[in-house]
Design a protein. Structure first.
Length: 308
């Protein structure tokens, strides 16, 4: 792991920096690079603009590792209402949630109950529910939650991380469920025994996993989703899809709000299914620092936004 990434990920764990950032108007202005605002309404309004360009939407309220059962209930209720807002505005939107937002650290069973309630609401409103993946200490439990949720909500999706050694086996184990998998590179500070230490190794594994998912899609066993801003990698995956006979529309490309917007539009124009993930909420500091750590250019984007 390079030094700048290590520093940014260490900063993400600092309570002092978190408290400072949440009070700083300058830092809040910098976050507008990656999120339209803290309120749900900000995200929905931004979604209306983005959907007009032919893109789908994924919404997520920032926050993780809640410590009170009442907080998990509040998050569940927020998303129950948010699904209704998506329907009322006729947006092509879905919701992505972190299991620890719904109390995974407190109770697996209660967390699953909340997820099933959200999955049912997603079905009722014509939407879908995604499980975000957190650090590797949660990977197994998140997969177990997804396995149970998939039986109740067929359109449920899960994020898997290419930098983890275990992910190839996880993909294989999930295929009997005909899963919807969003493959991402991974943004947490992981120990060497859990994750590839070099970016080049993660990139190589990402492509190998993408090829595995496309082969499964050809057999009707997977809906592949590629969550990356690496345009070169996307082009290689698209070429492989063509070889596999997996047509555009049978796989998706997901990118974050505010990053490579022109490329997102270009991919839509080429016939790809593209969805933009829009984050909102006040608990943005850890998430924001991980976005900066993903690639050095993100730091430059943030500095430019402060200057402007």
């Amino acid at each position: 792991m390079n030094l700048s990434r290590s520093i940014l990920l260490a900063a993400a764990r600092s309570r002092t920096l978190n408290d400072f950032a949440l009070r700083s108007a300058v830092v809040k202005r910098a976050t507008r690079t990656f999120m339209p605002g803290e309120r749900a309404g900000d995200a929905l309004t931004a979604g209306e603009v983005i959907s007009a360009s032919g893109r789908g939407l994924i919404f997520t309220q920032l926050g993780e590792a809640i410590t009170e059962a009442g907080e998990a209930i509040a998050v569940r209720d927020h998303y129950l209402g948010f699904f209704e807002e998506i329907r009322a505005r006729k947006l092509p939107g879905q919701v992505s949630v972190k299991p620890t937002q719904l109390g995974l650290d407190l109770s697996f069973d209660r967390c699953l109950e909340h997820l099933i309630a959200l999955g049912r609401k997603a079905d009722a409103t014509g939407s879908a529910l995604w499980l975000d993946m957190e650090d590797s200490t949660y990977t197994q439990r998140t997969i177990e939650l997804y396995t149970a949720l998939k039986g109740e909500h067929a359109r449920a999706g899960i994020a898997l991380q290419a930098y983890l050694y275990r992910t190839a086996d996880d993909v294989e184990r999930l295929l009997p469920l005909s899963p919807t998998i969003r493959l991402v590179k991974g943004a947490y500070d992981e120990p060497a025994e859990a994750a590839f230490p070099k970016k080049s190794d993660t990139d190589r594994n990402y492509l190998e996993l993408a090829c595995k998912m496309l082969a499964a899609a050809r057999a009707g066993k997977c809906v592949p989703v590629f969550g990356t801003h690496d345009i070169g990698l996307i082009r290689r995956i698209a070429a492989r899809a063509e070889v596999e006979g997996v047509v555009k529309g049978e796989y998706e490309i997901h990118m974050l709000y505010g990053i490579r917007d022109a490329e997102q539009r270009r991919l839509v124009a080429e016939g790809h299914t593209v969805k933009t993930l829009i984050s909102y909420g006040s608990a943005w500091f850890k998430w924001y620092m991980r976005r900066l750590a993903e690639r050095p250019a993100n730091v430059l984007f943030a500095v430019r936004s402060i200057v402007r």
